[in-house]
Design a protein around this ligand. Structure first.
Ligand SMILES: NC(=O)c1ccc[n+]([C@@H]2O[C@H](COP(=O)([O-])OP(=O)(O)OC[C@H]3O[C@@H](n4cnc5c(N)ncnc54)[C@H](OP(=O)(O)O)[C@@H]3O)[C@@H](O)[C@H]2O)c1
Length: 296
């Protein structure tokens, strides 16, 4: 699916939507002295898997980055293989170079417009904006951003490059991993999906904007989020539940009882939910939360 947003409806201003991938500390620090101020191999692995994987084997993803982030990648690893690398620079004299998997653009809107046109609208599946700070200050909460995949580092680390806080009036958690620790650094992988275009608008997908207060404004339709990469889409709590139901149906042990009803069961399965970000209510019909505290 090619996501597009249009501002002003002129043909030449059609822009690709995009998703942000970033790792940030509690204070939203992302870098220090032009480098990553931590060593988290599983974060690099997650980044690689997320940005490389496509549902359509004939397509690739694009990674859009600022010139300094490009320069922070060791020359032997750039352009990042298997992805279209789009480097932003305002300076005509920057030595970014060109190549099969490499293009440079003078502005972020120009990059999104380029990616909305042939051949890229046909060959690029998902556009990921990967940093650094200057680019993310423009891109993180902007309307074209449909999801934020953030490695939340649960501590403060000395940084000199920061990004803004996520606008939680527009983004809601889709998935949150269990808390992890590597090299003594606590972190978790979290994806926030856009549910509103602005604090005053309701759910919007494919440019469909409903006015605030419309009766079905908060209806949650999981299918509307199929712009998320499959590996993220299927991590939603609802899917964990559905996979367990599927497993019970396909490989449960049948037991008959005296009332002539039979049941299927399997033992030893667990569903674990991270209640820090959300509460898994989707599988229930109506749940009225009375005053009180949910703990977990
Ligand atoms: N934690 C993470 O996930 C993560 C991810 C990426 C990077 N980082 C870190 O972030 C730091 C780099 O970030 P940064 O803020 O210094 O630099 P940056 O955003 O990577 O690059 C800034 C440069 O990119 C160009 N640029 C940025 N926005 C542009 C725009 N809208 N239009 C045209 N050109 C644009 C300009 O290049 P010209 O000067 O050539 O015009 C600008 O000077 C490093 O420490 C890096 O390790 C962290």
């Amino acid at each position: 699916m090619v996501g597009e947003i249009s501002s002003g409806f002129s043909d030449c201003d059609v822009r690709r939507t995009y998703q942000v991938v970033v790792a940030a500390t509690r204070d939203m620090g992302i870098g220090k002295d032009g480098k990553l101020p931590w060593r988290l191999p599983s974060d690099l692995k997650f980044f690689k898997e997320l940005t490389l994987t496509t549902s359509d084997p004939w397509k690739k993803n694009a990674v859009v980055m600022g010139r300094r982030t490009w320069e922070s990648i060791p020359p032997e690893y750039r352009p990042l293989p298997g992805r279209l690398n789009v480097v932003l620079t305002r300076s005509g004299s920057s030595d970014v170079g060109t190549g099969e998997n490499l293009v440079s653009c003078r502005s972020f809107p120009a990059a999104l417009q380029l990616l909305a046109k042939a051949p890229y609208c046909l060959s690029v599946e998902t556009v990921f904006v990967i940093g650094g700070g200057q680019l993310l200050r423009e891109a993180l909460n902007a309307q074209g951003c449909e999801a934020i995949h953030i490695t939340e580092i649960g501590t403060s680390i000395d940084c000199d490059t920061f990004i803004p806080a996520i606008d939680f009036s527009c983004f809601q958690p889709w998935y949150s991993s269990a808390p992890l620790v590597e090299n003594n650094i606590p972190f978790s992988f979290v994806t926030y999906a856009r549910v509103r275009n602005s604090a005053t608008a309701s759910l919007t997908i494919n440019g469909e904007m409903k006015s605030n207060g419309s009766s079905n404004s908060d209806n949650f339709d999981i299918k509307k989020f199929d712009f998320l990469p499959k590996m993220i889409f299927e991590r939603h709590d609802e899917y964990k539940y559905l996979r367990l139901v599927q497993e019970i149906i396909s490989s449960g042990t049948q037991k008959d009882d005296r009332a002539n009803t039979s049941s299927l069961s399997i033992f030893g399965c667990q569903l674990r939910f991270n209640l820090h970000k959300s509460f898994p209510l989707l599988t229930t019909k109506i749940m009225i939360q009375h005053t009180g505290t949910l703990s977990g």
